[in-house]
Design a protein around this ligand. Structure first.
Ligand code: SAM
Length: 284
């Protein structure tokens, strides 16, 4: 197996610090250094920015990022048991690693950036991964505070992020991600690559911010997609009724059929709907 630094092998780090994986924290540790390095390479170049990592755990991916030349890594970890192991990584890499103990859902990533450009790279805990992604892609300021997102998810979530109209995986997440970013699935990881192995295959997704997303209020788009996909089997004229206003007229003005269903509508269609419902709301 590849060696990327002189620190002890991850298995030894886990044993030494008693880091038995906790299911409640979504802990499936990636110990294969070829794979952690591959993820770090997918986010390159890292020399000129701060890398934000959520959930470094015993530090496998963290070490790969630092070995790949990251100028600075800021890692947010909720599990205090991991902190001594991470302190050793920080010392080995001359303090280029800063660890923040806490819940990534509650920490403002913009403050972490401190004005620096940010790339987010993480093997996300499955229980908060989707919410974190939604937070990053619906951030009010656009262009966002981050230059790229290189993230590991369960494959089923990855498929929903990159989904296109007409597919079963297409839903709210695909519309929001596709509206603001160009998202692609890079490669899959077999469950056997992790300790303990999860039940499903994982995948690495890469997202780059679109320079000019179609103009639309993010809140309105979230509302429309939540209503439309919340009742995805229903026709739009029924599923969008809860938004109030002249439902059928707004749908028709958007150039869509009131009898269409959510999964047939492309991202531009949802943008037009969001703008239409917002305008109708303002008119009262
Ligand atoms: N990066 C490590 C790796 O690739 O082996 C660990 C990845 S593991 C899938 C997810 C990590 O996220 C765990 O270390 C877990 O303790 C941490 N975690 C879980 N929930 C968190 C949260 N809300 N905020 C920050 N870290 C969290």
């Amino acid at each position: 197996m590849a060696q990327i630094d002189d620190l002890p092998p991850l298995r030894d780090v886990i044993a030494q610090h008693g880091l038995d994986a906790k299911k409640s924290l979504g802990q499936n540790f990636l110990l294969d250094l070829n794979l952690t390095s591959r993820i770090a390479r997918a986010a390159a170049p890292l020399e000129d920015c701060t890398v934000l990592e959520v959930g470094p755990g015993p530090g496998g991916l963290t070490r790969a990022l630092l070995a790949a030349g990251a100028k600075r890594v800021v890692a947010i970890e909720k599990d205090t048991r991991c902190l001594p192991a991470l302190a050793e990584v920080s010392a080995h890499y001359d303090g280029r690693l800063e660890v923040i103990e806490g819940d990534a859902l509650k920490i403002d990533p913009v403050k972490i950036a401190g004005g620096d450009r940010i790339k987010i790279v993480a093997n996300l805990p499955y229980n908060v991964g989707t919410q974190l992604l939604l937070n990053w892609i619906t951030t009010p300021q656009w262009p966002p505070f981050w230059d790229s997102l290189t993230l590991m998810f369960q494959k089923e979530v990855g498929e929903r992020i990159v989904a296109r109209p007409g597919s079963k995986a297409y839903g709210r997440l695909g519309v929001l991600a596709g509206w603001r970013t160009e998202a692609s699935m890079l490669f899959d990881l077999n469950p056997k690559a992790f300790t303990p192995p999860p039940k499903v295959t994982s995948t690495v997704v890469h997202l780059l911010p679109r320079k000019e997303p179609e103009p639309c209020s993010q809140k309105a788009l979230e509302r429309v997609t939540a209503a439309a996909f919340g009742q995805r089997r229903k026709m739009l004229r029924a599923s969008l009724k809860s938004l109030g206003g002249p439902t059928e007229a707004v749908i028709e003005e958007a150039g869509l059929l009131p009898t269409a269903r959510a999964e047939e509508i492309d991202i531009s269609g949802f943008v037009r709907l969001a703008n239409g419902f917002e305008a109708a709301q303002k008119r009262g």
